[in-house]
Design a protein around this ligand. Structure first.
Ligand code: ADP
Ligand code: MG
Length: 561
């Protein structure tokens, strides 16, 4: 290995900045160096959250005697020579300033050997000063010891959190690498206690189970998606396991964990979610020429070039998985149970009875879904159904009751009808004339086709008025204000899938029955049946629950029986 000074034009291309912020960022840089050195085993040990001491040991290529001090001087790296390399390289770090930055703020020791002779060299550095080299026994690989972090910068040190929290950050950092580099074994010790040992060559699934538990693993579905320039692999929550808060959301791109709002939004969008939170561990391999990591000094952010259309790719990857898995569940349950043929015919509309496995497989997504698994618990008797406060429907089930939010339920039904184009267009007896503001008129112009696609027919008048002649048949009544609201819902979303979806949601919301609308027995039954026939009956398109179930068991508990 040759260590060289970076040419000045490369230096200027790389945004300089603070690299070392806390023990975790220090560990990140050291682990990346170990990975870049081709290590197969990496062990990390910290004391007092890493503030007192961090030790990172690897069995990588090691460094020669003279390379040790050179590695620590600024802008020295063995990883790039020319600017073009910046674009090609998928290596983790190539800024040539990590060791330099670390030694500036700590007592740094590097012991390294390039072979199995057992002999190596130890270089010692103290707060920016080189203290000398001496022979030291070491197997092939490198051990880096960082002590007394920020001792020379009391203000920076004061900004560190307590040892427990700093240790948690280190742990999180290592877990990220463990997810990505599954061929490499990782060990982590915190205050002399072993936190994990992950053997080499585990699958992502095994690592998720080992780190986050089997139960969590069981709440996930596997994602695999490959297109030109991008591969997305990992696990996402099953739709029934969404949570009230955002936990275990990991996005890694080319070996690095990043935060990226667009990607996150795309995932939520695939679930049609705004309020409940999926967990996900998604690993993406992206052609590096579509990426820029060096916009952030700690490489936590990444910029995608437009050509990649990352939003769309992520959205597709997750929604394809959800669709495929829902279909699988529906199919297997249908086959197992003979499709509710044991039950009443209330659910027959969900799926026609497949006679054999093949036919089951051919069912279109949308006919059967994850709800099938749960459906028997929601089977109700149509004779025992009540509307309460003109808002909620109570129905008796085999072992309890269900309560349904009539508006949310209808929203869900209409949303799916719209999505599946399962409605016609109806002519208005009295066409509606809407006067639009300039802003509204320009939005409307841009999205005329969208309105047409959903069954609106209209004529444009001089100025900025339109006459609406036909509307989708899902509407019982339609007003000027509603048309304006629809147009405005298109204004502030930026990307196409989102626009399309927010348009659907607004349509569904406006057309749905409201709180305060009274319903007849037949209407209630129709509403519940259609709800259960939808793909995702448990949540309205905005992510609020539609159904609340109380079992007899629960009631008995409440009454102390
Ligand atoms: P960069 O990683 O950007 O090259 P660093 O300051 O992190 O810059 O490291 C400087 C150089 O030191 C690396 O390019 C590499 O040659 C060498 N080095 C650092 N850590 C290790 C290690 N664990 N094993 C082998 N070589 C290392
Ligand atoms: Mg480095």
């Amino acid at each position: 290995m040759k260590i060289k000074k970076l040419p000045p034009e490369v230096i200027s291309k790389i945004a300089a900045g603070e690299v070392i912020e806390n023990p975790a960022s220090c560990v990140r840089e050291l682990v990346e160096n170990s990975l870049d050195a081709g290590a197969e085993e990496i062990s990390v040990e910290i004391k007092n959250g890493g503030i007192e001491c961090i030790v990172v040991k690897d069995n990588g290529s090691g460094m020669e005697k003279d390379e040790i001090p050179l590695a620590v001087s600024r802008y020295t790296t063995s990883k790039i020579e020319k600017i073009e390399d910046l674009e090609k390289k998928i290596t983790l770090g190539f800024r040539g300033e990590a060791l330099h930055s670390i030694t500036a703020v700590s007592r740094l020791t590097i012991i390294s050997s390039v072979d199995e002779s057992g002999e190596g060299w130890k270089g010692e550095f103290s707060f920016g000063e080189f203290m000398g080299l001496k022979p030291s026994p070491h197997g092939k690989g490198t051990t880096v010891v960082v002590e007394n972090l920020f001792e020379n910068l009391p203000v920076r040190r004061k900004f560190l959190s307590g040892p427990k929290q700093e240790a948690r950050r280190v742990y999180q950092e290592l877990v990220n690498y463990a997810f990505w580099f599954r061929g490499i074994s990782f060990r982590f010790r915190d205050n002399e206690k072993e936190k994990f040992y992950l053997p080499a060559n585990q699958s992502l699934e095994e690592r998720i189970s080992a780190i986050l538990g089997d139960e969590f693993r069981d709440s996930l579905w596997e994602v695999y998606f490959e297109r030109e320039h991008i591969k997305i692999y990992g696990f996402v929550s099953k739709p029934d396991y969404l949570k009230g808060s955002a936990v275990n959301q990991v996005i890694m791109i080319n070996g690095r964990r990043v935060k990226h709002d667009g990607i996150r939004k795309a995932i939520y969008r695939a679930y049609n979610q705004g309020e409940r939170h999926p967990s996900f561990i998604l690993l993406m391999e992206v052609n590096p020429s579509f990426l820029d990591f060096n916009i952030h000094p700690q490489k936590k952010k990444v910029k995608f070039s437009k050509g990649l259309r990352i939003f769309e790719k992520v959205y597709m990857a997750v929604s394809e998985t959800l669709a495929k898995e829902k279909k699988n569940i529906g199919t297997s349950i249908a086959i197992e149970r003979g499709v509710y043929s044991h039950g009443r015919d209330r659910f027959q509309m969900v799926v026609s009875e497949p006679k054999n496995e093949r036919q089951g497989e051919q069912l279109e997504f949308g006919e059967v879904s994850v709800k099938s698994e749960l459906q028997p618990q929601y089977e109700y008797t149509p004779q025992n159904i009540w509307q309460v406060h003109k808002s909620y429907i109570f129905a008796q089930t085999k072992n309890g009751i269900i309560i349904v939010d009539q508006h949310a339920a209808h929203e869900r039904i209409l949303y799916e009808k719209l999505k599946n184009k399962d409605y016609s267009s109806q002519t208005l007896l009295f066409p509606i004339i809407v006067e639009l503001t300039n802003m509204e008129a320009s939005i409307f112009e841009e999205y005329e086709d969208l309105f047409k696609a959903f069954g609106f027919e209209f004529r444009k008048l001089r100025g900025s008025s339109v006459i609406i002649d036909k509307v989708p048949s899902i509407f019982k009544k339609i007003t000027k204000d509603f048309i304006r609201e629809l147009i405005n819902s298109l204004e502030d979303t930026e990307l196409l899938p989102e626009k399309f979806d927010s348009f659907l949601k607004t349509l569904a919301c406006k057309a749905a029955i409201k709180f305060g609308d009274s319903l007849s027995q037949d209407e209630m039954v129709a509403l519940l049946d259609q709800l259960f026939a939808s793909q995702n009956p448990f949540f309205c398109p905005h992510g609020r629950p539609t159904i609340y179930r109380i079992t007899l068991e629960e009631l008995e508990k409440r009454f102390g029986r």
